[in-house]
Design a protein around this ligand. Structure first.
Ligand SMILES: [Fe+2]
Length: 206
């Protein structure tokens, strides 16, 4: 996957393995396990720099977990939070607020494009934008029709970052699809999103 990203011109990678608090693993045990996996990576000076993070599943108890900040995205103050795959209720927002307030972390909401087909009232998705959160959209959004409501969000909101959500080389391979995406969202939006990403994550070491 890293080689493939490299061939697509990627210079920096935020690796975000899933963290499921319901599995009973603590953030520090997760970080140890992640370090073991990371140690198996072949080092190559031409490969992108890899920052370690996590994709933290939002469940009611996450704000109360000690050491949640260990899961942030590299040395940034951001944490990638994955909303549940159900019609969002108020507790989802309250949990996001609590993560922010208690752990002094800045939430990034994962693959929001996926929830347009799950959350019935689309205003609930727009609420994330109204609250000013950074929203991550999967590059696979290029497969959706240009009339899909996610494009309205992309067009009108300016705190959006892209992610590949890559899991493997078969069903969910790393695909940036810059050409198709640029065509669908427009070159200026593409640049805006990339510049915003650089503002958030550029220049972080480690
Ligand atoms: Fe996810």
């Amino acid at each position: 996957m890293i080689e493939e990203l490299c061939s697509q011109g990627v210079e920096e990678v935020f690796a975000t393995p899933h963290f499921y608090p319901e599995n009973g693993e603590t953030p520090s045990d997760f970080v140890k396990r992640r370090q073991v996996s990371c140690g198996k990576l072949v080092s190559n000076p031409f490969y992108p720099h890899i920052h370690l993070g996590a994709e933290v599943s939002i469940c009611a108890e996450i704000a109360g977990i000690d050491g949640l900040a260990l899961l942030k995205l590299g040395k940034t103050p951001y944490i990638l939070l994955e909303p549940p795959y159900e019609d969002w209720q108020e507790w989802v927002y309250q949990t996001i607020f609590a993560v922010e307030a208690k752990h002094k972390l800045k939430p990034v909401i994962a693959h929001v494009d996926r929830y347009f087909d799950i959350v019935r009232d689309k205003k609930k998705i727009w609420r994330l934008a109204e609250l000013g959160y950074t929203i991550q959209i999967n590059t696979s959004v290029f497969r959706k029709s240009r009339f899909h409501p996610v494009y309205k969000l992309i067009k009108e909101y300016d705190r959006i970052i892209l992610g590949t959500d890559t899991h493997n080389m078969t069903s969910r391979p790393p695909r940036i699809e810059e050409k198709i995406l640029r065509k669908k969202i427009g070159a200026s939006k593409w640049h805006e999103m990339n510049n915003y990403s650089k503002d958030l994550f550029g220049g972080v070491n480690g």
